[in-house]
Design a binder for this molecule. Structure first.
Ligand SMILES: C[S@@+](CC[C@H](N)C(=O)[O-])C[C@H]1O[C@@H](n2cnc3c(N)ncnc32)[C@H](O)[C@@H]1O
Length: 240
């Protein structure tokens, strides 16, 4: 479950900075180039910044999401509504990717989503990021948007142990200078360990092509590429 009612401009500043997106696009681009993939689809694109940068770098990108939240320049890109849990046909692609999306689902849904993605990418490559561990998230983050100050307050941040990982629940409230709520984001989802994710990949009928390790900085809200096994990874898989 993931629900965000934070106004898009504020959300962009808090959670989807160009710096963050640029880093992630670098990792994704490197993998696609290695396998000669050019025609790609993004799942759960959100604001659409990853797809925008990849299109600037010469990829042919279709953005998709269950809801159109595209922001600014990303509105220039083609977009289709696509629910990962339902699947369906949206075209033919050589590859696909999703950032901050697969992590939102439970084991059975991850398997179902990966199976649905197969019918979109054929024998191509799918890349997704995954955080295998919990983090110490900041209690308060302040941002300025169009000269106005907003504060994101972490109201709830809870981890519960389950088989194969943890359940993570959080709620962030964003208030303006007067203390009035402008939006709330709430989510609860499992955080699986590496073995569980590899099991889901196998069960869905894929093999792992490669894993690019990264470490997540919760304060900077950004991944840092890592040359050894770490708390997070970009996993590239292909149907078996
Ligand atoms: C945490 S946001 C990540 C957005 C963007 N990829 C990024 O990295 O900034 C999760 C996104 O997944 C989308 N999403 C959630 N459930 C979905 C579903 N069943 N099918 C497709 N997209 C979904 C949401 O609408 C949201 O845009």
């Amino acid at each position: 479950m993931w629900d965000s009612r934070i106004p898009t401009g504020v959300y962009a500043r808090l959670y989807a900075s160009w710096k963050r997106v640029w880093r992630e696009v670098g990792i994704i681009e490197g993998i696609f180039r290695k396998y000669g993939v050019r025609r790609i689809v993004e799942f759960g694109c959100g604001l659409g910044r990853h797809g925008y940068l990849l299109s600037k770098r010469g990829f042919d990108v279709l953005l998709t999401d269950i809801e159109d939240r595209r922001f600014g320049v990303a509105k220039k890109l083609p977009f289709k509504r696509y629910n990962l849990l339902e699947g369906g046909s949206i075209g033919v692609f050589e590859g696909g990717y999703a950032v901050g999306v697969i992590t939102l689902f439970g084991y059975e849904d991850i398997v179902r989503i990966l199976r649905n993605i197969k019918s979109v990418i054929g024998s191509g490559i799918f890349i997704f990021d995954y955080n295998f561990t919990p983090y110490i998230d900041p209690e308060k983050v302040e941002v300025r948007v169009n000269g106005k100050k907003y504060i994101a307050i972490l109201e709830k941040n809870k981890y519960t142990q389950i088989n194969g990982g943890l359940i993570y629940e959080y709620r962030v409230r964003v208030v303006d200078e007067k203390g009035s709520t402008v939006g709330v984001e709430e989510a609860s989802y499992p955080i699986y360990n590496k073995e569980e994710i590899l099991r889901a990949i196998k069960e869905a009928g894929y093999i792992v092509k490669e894993i690019a390790w990264a470490s997540w900085d919760p304060l900077e809200y950004i991944y840092k590429p890592s040359d050894k096994e770490s708390d997070s990874a970009f996993i590239a898989i292909t149907p078996r």
